[in-house]
Design a binder for this molecule. Structure first.
Ligand SMILES: [Fe+2]
Length: 263
C-alpha cells in the first residue's frame, strides 16, 4: 500500500568543510530516522563560507540531496556559473536580474511526486534586486506540482514573515535562511503553510554564525573590515521536517530539529 504521507527534510545553510562533512555523512541516516522522501538543503556557505562549487554540489547530490538552494553568496565562486545553467537541481534566488546565470525555480520528481522548489532573496539590508513578493506570485501562478517548497534567503525577520503570510495556503512550506540561527517559531500558518523564520545552519557549533570567533570578536571591537574565516569543528545541523498528506497535499506537520554531527 503506498504511504499516506510525503515527508520532506529541509536543512539550513551548509557552512564550510565542517558543514559539508556533516551533511554528506549524515543525510542517509537522517532520511532513515525521519522517514524522508525528499531532501532540500541550502548550500549558500559551503565553499569556505562563500558560495558553493560544482564539486561540493555533486558531493551533496551523491549523498542523497535532491535540490540545493542558495542566496547572496552564490556569485562568489565563478566556477559555479556554468554549472548553475546546466544543473536543474541547484537554484539561485529567482529575483536576481534576468540574464544572470542559473535559475531560481525547479520542479523535480521524487517517488512519483512532483516537487517544486522556489528560491527567493529578501531586500532589506541586502541587494536591491527584484521584488520577491511579485516574483513569487508570477512563478507560482504557472506551477503545476503536488508539493511546493520555498526558501526565502533574507536578513529581516519581518520581511520573511510577511512573505510567508502573503503566500500562505499556496505552498506547503516557506523556510527562512541566511541568519544561521534557528528560530523557535516553527508553525503552520492559518491557511496551511508551514513556516519558520530561520532554519539555522549546518556548520561548526563553536563559532559566530559559522565563523572563527576570534576574528568575529575583533571585527566587532575594532570595526575593521577583517575577512571572516570559517571555523572547523564539529557541526550542528539545523532543519525542519515537513509532513504532507498525500491525499490532500496539505501540510499536516512542520517541526524544527537540531542534530549534532559526529564527524
Ligand atoms: Fe546568505
Amino acid at each position: 500500500m503506498p504511504a499516506k504521507e510525503f515527508t520532506v527534510l529541509i536543512l539550513g545553510d551548509i557552512i564550510g568543510r565542517s558543514g559539508v562533512r556533516a551533511v554528506v555523512s549524515s543525510v542517509a541516516g537522517l532520511v532513515k530516522r525521519y522517514g524522508a522522501d525528499f531532501v532540500l538543503v541550502n548550500g549558500e556557505n559551503a565553499a569556505d563560507g562563500f558560495g558553493i562549487t560544482p564539486q561540493i554540489a555533486t558531493q551533496l547530490f551523491a549523498a542523497g540531496v535532491q535540490v540545493i538552494t542558495t542566496g547572496n553568496h552564490i556569485w562568489q565562486q565563478r566556477e559555479i556559473f556554468d554549472y548553475l545553467d546546466q544543473e536543474e537541481r541547484i537554484l539561485r534566488p529567482a529575483n536576481y536580474p534576468g540574464g544572470n546565470p542559473g535559475h531560481g525555480f525547479c520542479v523535480v520528481e521524487s517517488r512519483g511526486v512532483r516537487v517544486a522548489v522556489l528560491n527567493l532573496q529578501g531586500r532589506r539590508r541586502m541587494y536591491t534586486i527584484d521584488c520577491p513578493f511579485r516574483k513569487a506570485k508570477d512563478l507560482l501562478r504557472k506551477t503545476e506540482a503536488n508539493v511546493i517548497l520555498v526558501d526565502v534567503h533574507a536578513e529581516a525577520t519581518d520581511e520573511k514573515e510577511a512573505l510567508a503570510l502573503y503566500l500562505d495556503g499556496q505552498v506547503n512550506a516557506i523556510v527562512g535562511t541566511h541568519t544561521h540561527i534557528q528560530t523557535a517559531d516553527d508553525r503552520i500558518l492559518p491557511r496551511g503553510t508551514g513556516f519558520i523564520t530561520d532554519l539555522g545552519a549546518c556548520g561548526p557549533a563553536d563559532s559566530v554564525i559559522g565563523f572563527d570567533p576570534t576574528i568575529s570578536v575583533e571585527r566587532a571591537r575594532s570595526q575593521l573590515p577583517l575577512r571572516n574565516e570559517v571555523s572547523d569543528n564539529l557541526a550542528v545541523m539545523h532543519g525542519v521536517v515537513v509532513t504532507i498528506d498525500r491525499d490532500t497535499w496539505k501540510t499536516s506537520r512542520f517541526e524544527r530539529f537540531a542534530e549534532e554531527s559526529l564527524v
